[in-house]
Design a protein around this ligand. Structure first.
Ligand code: DGL
Length: 250
């Protein structure tokens, strides 16, 4: 049984946990929601690196064998630093799924929804640069999406208006694939899909990240399976938002 540490600025990383549990159902999970410091989207890289270090120390102390940075913003700001400072620890990061979108688009336009921090990160800009000769990549910050999810508002008029305001500009530009570049956004995916219509594909990268985690565990020779399954939920702020979203991924 592996001990898999996962962290995010809040409950969003549970969208990655949901996929991990499907293919690694018999592990010990340690989930840390940094919700006292959420959102990360507009914070400086230094701030996020500090948080990432503190959380990594905590998860290692609790016995994590591997750490999934289940946050695109924290990956962009801190994963290189973490890999440098903790060379013995395997880290798995998140990145907007531009490649599958670029390969799948029929209109030649793909839309990326992410935080400001992710969209200006060098990792994303590099990936974008690799594909933008062949496809047009349009972006929008999911303004207010993280707050909706943290407050458990996944349906209704407020959610609809908030999501439409950031999604519509991408649809207006002809995007036929929408990439969810923030781990909170999959909790709004039913709403996003409804607003975008059936001809638009919405991509959540979490299944690919879960497969990559399994691959790295095997590569490092960290034993998996046999159980028992367990999960420990940790939070730096109010427990309620985390427990509310956890109900959806059990
Ligand atoms: N869930 C996060 C991400 O994937 C962070 C959102 C935020 O805190 O702004 O980017």
């Amino acid at each position: 049984m592996a001990s898999i540490g996962i962290f995010d600025s809040g409950s969003g990383g549970l969208s990655v946990y949901r996929e991990l549990k499907k293919i690694l159902p018999q592990e010990r999970y340690l989930y840390f929601s940094d919700n006292a410091h959420c959102p990360y989207g507009e914070k400086t890289a230094e701030y996020i690196q500090d948080r990432a270090r503190t959380i990594t120390d905590f998860l290692l102390e609790k016995g994590a064998d591997i750490i999934v940075v289940a946050c695109n913003t924290a990956t962009a700001a801190a994963i290189a630093t973490l890999r440098e400072e903790y060379p013995q620890v395997p880290f798995i990061g998140m990145e907007p799924a531009v490649k599958p979108a670029a390969l799948g688009t029929r209109s030649g336009v793909i839309g990326v929804l992410a935080t400001a921090g992710t969209l200006k990160g060098s990792k994303y800009l590099h990936t974008r640069g690799r594909f933008e000769d062949n496809v047009s990549i349009v972006e929008h910050v999911g303004e207010g999406f993280v707050e909706l999810v943290e407050n458990g508002i996944l349906e209704g008029e407020k959610a609809l208006d908030t999501v439409r305001a950031s999604l519509q500009p991408l649809l207006d530009k002809g995007a036929d694939i929408i990439v969810l570049g923030c781990t909170h956004y999959p909790f709004l995916q039913p709403l996003i899909q409804r607003l975008a219509g059936p001809s638009v594909q919405v991509i959540d990268p979490a299944p690919a990240v879960a497969r990559q985690t399994l691959h790295v565990l095997q590569e490092k020779g960290i034993p998996t399976g046999k159980g028992p399954f367990s999960i420990e939920l940790y939070h730096s702020g109010d427990p309620e938002s985390l427990h509310r979203i956890y109900q959806l991924v059990q």
